[in-house]
Design a binder for this molecule. Structure first.
Ligand SMILES: [Zn+2]
Length: 332
């Protein structure tokens, strides 16, 4: 158990957390970020993407709805000049089908808004995301080892017991590659793991459909852009960034019949977007850009193109979740 988990547990036992919730020890905005909700259930895809089981998600939404002001994207304008209040924005990235199947009914039941950032190419082309494909190739490998090679520099074990660590290693290599080298890397892994590329029909079961998006939109859920193909934008030239940023906006707006103003950067680390990305967002007509390296906004939003978000992770105990939103100064 980490030091933060121990502290969160101790505070929960002592009753300090319930005091912290009512005593308003912070003001501002916490943006929570989820990816997948539901059971991992032997999936060959990237397990790190699961943010919560359906049961945990329900408990979290219940807790948030009792203690905080759950807001929508359209409320962000008012936050910039509001210095009181504890606001929470629930967000989801990528457009996974389980968001519709598991999270949407729970959000509706608690009358809670949420914003879903969609990778439009995944919905349109029904293809597997690169992180899921890398995980799938490792878990389906017919070889025991990826031999020493120019991409990873050292050999990487493909044995079932080592899968989680090996997937992390191979993903971190992908994230550092120039944009025009990523496909060569995936083809290399397909060959050397012996698994080949992930078949298209598997991807068909992974993503929401546009009919689901429209149903969620009509029920009060918000949508935002997350590119067409989920590249790490800063690794690409400006022209490619512009395409990814503009086309996903047009695609979502055509499907839901309403303009969108928010965008979340794929992967979302400080080095995943740059000045060119911000300019492209401005020119495309977005108003908000969300990052993903932790932190929260005290007393309004300070940088509309870098609104911090906190990851919700499935192995995180309930005590740590409660502590994170009750005392973000300490836990986020
Ligand atoms: Zn993403």
């Amino acid at each position: 158990m980490s030091k933060k988990e121990l502290l969160a547990k101790a505070l929960d036992w002592s009753g300090f957390n319930s005091l912290a919730r009512t005593a308003a020890l912070w003001n501002g905005l916490i943006v929570l970020n989820y990816h997948r909700v539901g059971d991992i259930d032997g999936s060959l895809f990237d397990h790190e993407l699961w943010s919560a089981s359906a049961e945990d998600f329900e408990q979290q939404v219940h807790f948030l709805s009792l203690n905080f002001d759950l807001i929508r994207i359209s409320d962000l304008d008012h936050l910039s000049n509001r210095h009181r209040g504890r606001h929470i924005l629930i967000t989801f990235d990528d457009g996974y089908l389980d968001n519709y199947e598991w999270a949407f009914p729970i959000l509706k039941a608690y009358n809670s808004p949420a914003t879903f950032f969609l990778t439009t190419g995944f919905l349109d082309e029904r293809k597997v995301a690169w992180w899921d494909e890398i995980a799938w190739m490792v878990r389906s490998a017919t070889q025991n080892t990826l031999p020493e090679n120019p991409w990873t520099k050292t050999a990487v074990s493909l044995k079932p017991d080592d899968c989680d660590g090996s997937i992390k290693t191979l993903l971190s290599v992908f994230k550092k590659l120039p944009g025009d080298k990523t496909d060569d890397y995936l083809n290399f892994l397909a060959e050397k793991t012996g698994s080949g590329r992930c078949p298209q029909e598997i991807a068909d079961q992974v993503w929401m459909t546009w009919d689901m998006v429209r149903e969620m939109h009509e029920a009060g859920m918000d949508f935002g852009g997350h590119t067409v193909n989920h590249p790490i934008l800063a690794n690409h030239p400006e022209e490619k960034q512009r395409f990814e940023i503009e086309h996903c906006k047009q695609r979502i707006e055509t499907e839901i019949g309403q303009t969108i103003s928010a965008f979340s950067y794929p992967v979302g680390g400080k080095d995943c977007f740059d000045l060119r990305t911000r300019n492209c967002l401005k020119q495309a007509g977005y108003r908000w850009g969300f990052s993903y390296y932790g932190g929260f906004s005290r007393h309004g939003i300070h940088d509309q193109w870098d609104i911090p978000r906190i990851a919700v992770e499935s192995e995180q105990p309930a005590t740590l979740f409660r502590a994170s939103v009750s005392l973000p100064q300490v836990f986020c």
